[in-house]
Design a binder for this molecule. Structure first.
Ligand code: PLP
Length: 429
């Protein structure tokens, strides 16, 4: 699991604590040692106890422009005074959602994209998987239902995300292999094995494959050489839709607006969330390629409806915040800056690996780093030690530590961050 069972004791007593039930948490290990964040400023946080922390993970890879940015606060405030939101069901829309749609379509890694908005990454995955199945039903190829995903994948925790999880512990405990029928896993790095899985299942039964360009929660795993290109080739050969989950990589984390652009891939759908607002408002969505949306736009009484929507889809305040976030990203040159930060992080992590025997692998793609430790160390303990030193890192699968600071940090702050992680590793070794 991702929690350290050694932290809780074995009394068997039922513990209690705050009413808030934490997410993805072994509760007895959390109680009494919660890190309560009260303030944020740029790349730094302050806890309720007054400790100052460097946010080396940008929260859950979302705070890309840093915390408490006044321009985003103002955008939210002004929008709420004008109109908090109005829904986008049927003939209704709001100006902010429309403007954000145009802005995102222009940035999308596909021609003439349409944009479906909702509240986050898990939502976006549900929408993309539903639309994939809806597409093949409408095409009269209703047997194409299976959603393929990769080993070690994380796509959020709604019904589809849970069902297509490649981290098995996220799928277990519900009584069936998958909450949603018709899912299967493929190799995360060997394209020949992906091809074999497609052959075994039969392309006529497969609707789509979902892939993070760089796996995040699975351990910061950049794609193997040729893997994403191979997925695209297989998808086209077999009429399988390619859904890139860019919830982490979207909006600059790889030095391009989307990782699809960095790796030269043209997907059928892109899911996004986090970086679209840098976390200032809950917003996610799906970019949809022309050939998927066109049949839903034909001027005919027979044209089908894509029956999906939610009250907060296209929330006006969230959209206003996203527009302000995109302004900051563009005006401050933060996406090109990520390319420089990638070099700084790579140099620092290479040095770390050379100096520390316990570091067995380091991976960097964009401003996204993973440090894998050997079995003598427990990543949770190293992460806890780093927090004591004032630096947040996060334990991930494969005894890995996550490094993904906001894009606004200086070179020196990257150096200091890796030095702190090195100290934590050395002290725990
Ligand atoms: N997809 C990926 C690749 C993610 O990393 C995440 C969240 O970490 C999600 C989907 C789910 O997004 P959310 O937590 O906004 O529902």
């Amino acid at each position: 699991t991702l929690t350290d069972p050694a932290i809780s004791t074995t009394t068997g007593a039922v513990l209690d604590g705050p009413a808030l039930w934490s997410a993805q948490a072994h509760m007895p290990s959390v109680l009494g040692r919660q890190l309560v964040i009260e303030r944020g400023e740029g790349s730094y946080l302050t806890t309720a106890d007054g400790q100052r922390l460097f946010d080396g993970t940008a929260g859950l890879w979302h705070a890309n422009i840093g915390h408490s940015h006044p321009e985003l606060a103002r955008a939210a405030h002004e929008q709420m005074l004008r109109l908090e939101t109005y829904h986008v069901f049927g003939r209704y829309a709001n100006d902010q959602a429309l403007e954000l749609g145009e802005r995102l379509a222009a940035l999308a890694p596909m021609e003439r994209a349409k944009v479906i908005l909702n509240s986050g990454g898990s939502d976006a995955i549900d929408v993309a998987c539903k639309l994939a199945r809806r597409h093949w039903q409408r095409e009269g190829r209703g047997s194409k239902q299976i959603i393929l995903s990769r080993e070690h994948a994380y796509h959020g925790l709604h019904a589809y995300g849970t069902s297509i999880a490649g981290l098995d512990f996220n799928r277990e405990g519900y009584g069936t292999e998958s909450l949603v029928p018709e899912t299967a896993r493929v190799s995360a790095d060997d394209i020949a094995q992906v091809e074999q899985t497609i052959a075994r299942l039969g392309a006529d039964s497969i609707a789509a494959i979902v892939a993070e360009p760089i796996q995040g929660t699975g351990g910061v795993n950049p794609p193997a050489d040729g893997y994403l290109e191979g997925l695209q080739r297989l998808a086209r050969e077999h009429d399988i839709l390619l859904i890139l989950d860019e919830v982490i990589t979207g909006f600059g984390r790889t030095g391009e607006m989307f990782a699809a652009q960095r790796y030269g891939i043209e997907p059928d759908m892109v899911t996004f969330a986090k970086g679209v607002t840098s976390g200032y408002a809950p917003l996610g969505g799906v970019l949809v390629a022309h050939r998927l949306w066109e049949p839903f736009y034909v001027d005919s009484p027979d044209t089908p409806v894509f029956r999906h929507g939610a009250t907060y889809a296209g929330h006006a305040t969230a959209a206003a915040v996203a527009l302000a976030n995109l302004d900051v990203l563009e005006r401050d040159g933060l996406v090109p800056r990520v390319r420089e930060l990638e070099q700084v992080l790579r140099a620092q992590l290479d040095g770390l690996q050379q100096r520390q025997e316990a570091v067995v692998d380091v991976r960097v793609a964009g401003f996204l780093g993973g440090v894998s430790l050997d079995e003598r160390l427990v990543n949770e303990r190293v992460a806890d030690r780093a927090v004591e030193l004032g630096f947040i890192t996060r334990p991930l699968r494969g005894n890995t530590l996550q490094l993904s600071p906001p894009f606004i940090v200086s070179d020196q702050e990257v150096v200091n961050y890796v030095a702190a992680i090195e100290q934590a590793i050395a002290e725990e070794s």
